[in-house]
Design a protein. Structure first.
Ligand code: MSP
Length: 464
């Protein structure tokens, strides 16, 4: 598989809270892929951003005693700062309060209305502000408690507009079944397929009469557009004509919005469906759910400040197979930093460059020496952890070779053989630098610099 063009998106994150390791995870994955496909010659576009409307943001702003817009400005800046710290090279950071996005959303909804896909009706139901979603009774715990947010849902009754979601059920099923709309991992595809095949979809409440902080329904000044419809449309408005996405990355918490509402909206307006939706897992922290109340929220910027951005990027991608749930623990992080980065990779570089300099080896950096189809296959399948495993196999083989051949002794008895050995090792370093680039861009730059100048520099300083 080869992409000539590659549009990759992350969820746009709610600005009610600061960026944490979970947000960083999706964003780092998208960044790695954007870099990877760019290197392979694809025209790439990487879209991320912030989700700024709705009741949840309005309530958080009220609590902070500032306007929702002031609140959104503040937190969306924090996201931008965090992404800059983590070396995230997005092409567009969309904010749903951007004027052109708001206009796009209104035009889109108007089109649905004009096509006859929107009708007015009464709604009464239990609403979870945390999920920004009406809940069915059977999805709630006793006392109308939302199982995700552990908070009681609010009973809301209003005259609103509905989108004919049910009309598109068959088409969505068909798109998933035929592979036109690919959902991965397979278990997620089966899950959504079963869900869609079993239950008739209910139409979607697409407006709110009681939420002021949102985009106005163009034909009814008393209503705002449901925040999820507004948010999903970022993918279209933010990608600036670069449609459709080759890959949309999300986690399981927002799976149904993306696998059902989103394709229905696109089908209803004649846009192409995304090629692939990938659902990754959730990080727990030392085995526990990450939550403010537990006080265990991990700030990726703090970690990057101590260990370096690349160590963080490496750890999250190596530790957990993409798609599975995983755990984040600082002990484990520290272990991998010492073993994989400082020891295996750092040492290999350091000693090879030093030995090559001592032996005055003739070698010039000309970029990677070899192609690695096995690595490419893993990247194409989003098997980041295995792809890194393959690089580390090369690293460990090179270290084993050095220990076995002992160039420092070989230099004395057979300088010609030693030169060849070191040239081979330098070639390996050039290959490793190439493969590692999308994952660890800063480290790659340092590696290449060393290969060019022959001057060693510690890549991963030892921590106390
Ligand atoms: N604003 C919506 C998304 C709209 S997209 C059109 C939203 N925002 S969010 O801030 O709650 O972000 C949810 C996303 O953050 C998840 O889908 C996932 O990508 C990431 N993660 C949040 N917590 C996470 C973990 N604990 N572990 C891994 N990823 C997590 O939902």
């Amino acid at each position: 598989m080869h992409y000539g063009r590659f549009l990759v998106t992350t969820p746009i994150y709610y600005v009610n809270d600061n960026p944490h390791i979970g947000h960083a995870y999706s964003t780092i994955a998208a960044d790695i892929l954007a870099r990877y496909w760019k290197n392979r010659g694809a025209e790439t576009f990487f879209l991320t951003g912030s989700d700024e409307h709705g009741m949840k943001i309005a309530q958080a702003a009220a609590k902070a005693g500032i306007t929702p817009k002031e609140f959104a400005d503040k937190i969306s800046n924090k996201y931008k700062e965090a992404w800059s710290e983590l070396n995230i090279g997005y092409n567009n950071f969309i904010r749903t309060t951007d004027a052109d996005h708001e206009k796009f959303v209104q035009d889109f909804v108007q089109k649905l209305y004009d096509n006859g896909d929107i009708y007015p009706d009464k709604y009464s139901g239990l609403y979870c502000v945390g999920c920004e979603e009406y809940k069915k009774d059977e999805d709630l715990e006793k006392g109308n408690i939302c199982p995700v947010h552990k908070k009681e849902c609010e009973m809301i009754e209003e005259d609103i507009y509905f989108f004919k979601l049910s009309k598109y059920q068959g088409q969505i099923l068909e798109a998933i079944q035929s592979g036109k709309y690919s959902i991965e991992p397979e278990s997620r595809r089966n899950e959504i397929f079963k869900f869609l095949a079993k239950e008739p979809l209910r139409d979607l409440a697409i407006s709110r009469s009681k939420v002021e902080w949102g985009i106005q329904i163009p034909w009814d000044k008393n209503q705002t557009i449901y925040v999820w419809v507004d948010a999903l449309l970022n993918y279209l408005s933010g990608s600036k004509g670069f449609w459709p996405p080759q890959l949309q990355i999300i986690a399981k918490d927002i799976f149904r919005f993306h696998a059902i509402i989103w394709p229905a909206m696109l089908l209803a307006t004649g846009y192409e469906l995304p090629e692939k939706l990938f659902i990754h897992g959730y990080f727990t922290i030392n085995g526990q759910k990450m939550s403010k109340s537990l006080g265990n929220v991990v700030d990726p910027v703090e970690i990057a400040k101590v260990y370096g951005t690349d160590a963080l990027r490496y750890f999250v991608m190596r530790e957990v197979p993409f798609g599975a749930d995983g755990d984040f623990s600082l002990d484990r992080f520290d272990q991998r930093y010492r073993a994989d980065l400082a020891n295996d990779l750092g040492n290999l570089f350091q000693r090879t460059i030093v030995m090559a300099a001592n032996a005055k080896v003739h070698w010039e950096y000309v970029g990677p020496i070899k192609k690695f189809p096995e690595f490419d296959a893993l990247m194409e399948e989003l098997k980041f952890s295995d792809a890194l495993g393959l690089i580390w196999k090369m690293i460990s083989e090179a270290n084993v070779l050095i220990d076995a051949e002992k160039p420092w002794e070989l230099a004395k008895v057979d300088p010609a053989k030693n030169e060849k050995l070191l040239q081979g090792l330098l070639d390996t370093l050039a290959n490793i630098s190439d493969l590692i680039g999308p994952f660890m861009p800063e480290t790659q730059a340092k590696m290449i610099e060393q290969l060019k100048t022959g001057k060693p520099e510690v890549l991963f300083p030892r921590k106390k």
